[in-house]
Write a protein that binds this ligand. Sequence first.
Ligand code: ADP
Length: 501
Amino acid sequence: MTISTTVDRVPAALRAWLSKPRPMLIDGKWVQAKSGKVFEVQDPATEMLLAKVAEGDAADIDAAVKAARRALEGPWGRMSPSARGRIIHKIGDLILENLDELAQLESLDNGKPFGVARVADVPLSADMFHYMSGWATKIEGKYIPLSTLAASGQFMSYTRPEPVGVVGQIIPWNFPLLMAAWKLAPALATGCTVVLKVAEETPLSALRLGELLLEAGLPDGVVNIVPGFGETAGAALASHPDVDKIAFTGSTEVGKLIVQAASRDLRKVSLELGGKSPNIILGDADIDEAIDGATAGIFFNHGQCCNAGSRLFVQEKIFDKVAAGIAANAEKIRLGVGMDPETQMGPLVSQVQHGRVSGYLKSGLEEGARALTGGAPLNMPGYFVKPTVLVDTHPDMKVVREEIFGPVLVATPFKEADDRLIAAANDTVYGLAAGVWSRDLAQAHRIAHQIKAGTVWINCFHVFDSALPFGGYKQSGWGREMGQAVLSNYLETKAVTTRLA
Ligand code: ADP
């Protein structure tokens, strides 16, 4: 494989970093895989070699878990919450100090536009550490008056939240740095130690983050980062007997495998999985805003968002105008190499993903859907797919039922904002997110309350904040990421009762 020419667009220091096989982080040291194996990471815009990375497997995972256990029982477990919080805050600072470089890595590795990574992925990752650093000193137990015995004055009880222990975290490739931040920051704030298995498609930004973790002063072994494949490194982590908890983000299909692996020892699990989110535009909405919002709702990050607004419901009287408006927006999106400043949409992340999305497009058209725009992959190097709007769909089509994880919108008209609309919006095994567009806020809130999803956006979409819990109903997951809510993923509650008299 020849080295990708896109790399020429980045500074010499980053080119030099990419030119050496990247090791993994275990116990504060950068080491090659015990097997000596490396795997190749591809630039999805050119299909050429980007970097070689140490390929972790069960033996490396085992070493990482042991290091995490030692750190939990050693320096990290003994460190004051205040000192922990300062290190977590410093990680956020260092991410911002290395903003351009991290955004370049993210763009090269994942394919997303550099400008998007620079304003979204990287600053949001920094904010996750900044936000969570404050929680390190605010994890409090409670004094609990006993239900039947309080009056006797005989007992005094309180709760004590404790770190769940060694956490195995497995993350996907769509927001490689941000997913690492969502996972690491709360685990550190609660006092856990971590083995992080990064996605095989996009390991680079998390490995660079590993260097920043050490620079921030994180003690050895608190975070161990093992790149490798799902079936080997991932599966070994999910079933490792000395891991107390698994936190996973990825497909619902793999989420079920994680649960099976973890259930043998009843290991605790939290899951952030797939979605097929409804985006509902009512007849009284600000149409231009709704068209632009629905465009971003599906096409942001090339549709590779678990919360993408991939099922559009538009009130009949404005359906044609809205669908045509989104199609016109889609046609204006400039596809290209992520490192090109003109690019608005890059390639999909991998050949596998390109094949998967192309297959869905074919199946949708074969089942009778009509593409207002797009409908096919681009015939050029790189994993590019045209942003697509499908109409004339029916609820049983695969493109309507299954998560595509690509830039493909299915649009359906509805008559009234009644129970039939709610039933159609909720007619999915997923329940991650939803959008509602209307000038009538009372109506919008009524709909928001009836949608079975962990997030509902009214007159906006894709609004994420470190303080807001995010996660799914139904098969979209267990537990929440971010906000105060995520802390419970990483804490055990102990009740301590003393006999006083
Ligand atoms: P996608 O299908 O979009 O690539 P996946 O759910 O397959 O998403 O991958 C998300 C993460 O899960 C990646 O880090 C991947 O390596 C990991 N993974 C895949 N299969 C397994 C498995 N059987 N056990 C544990 N982790 C896995």
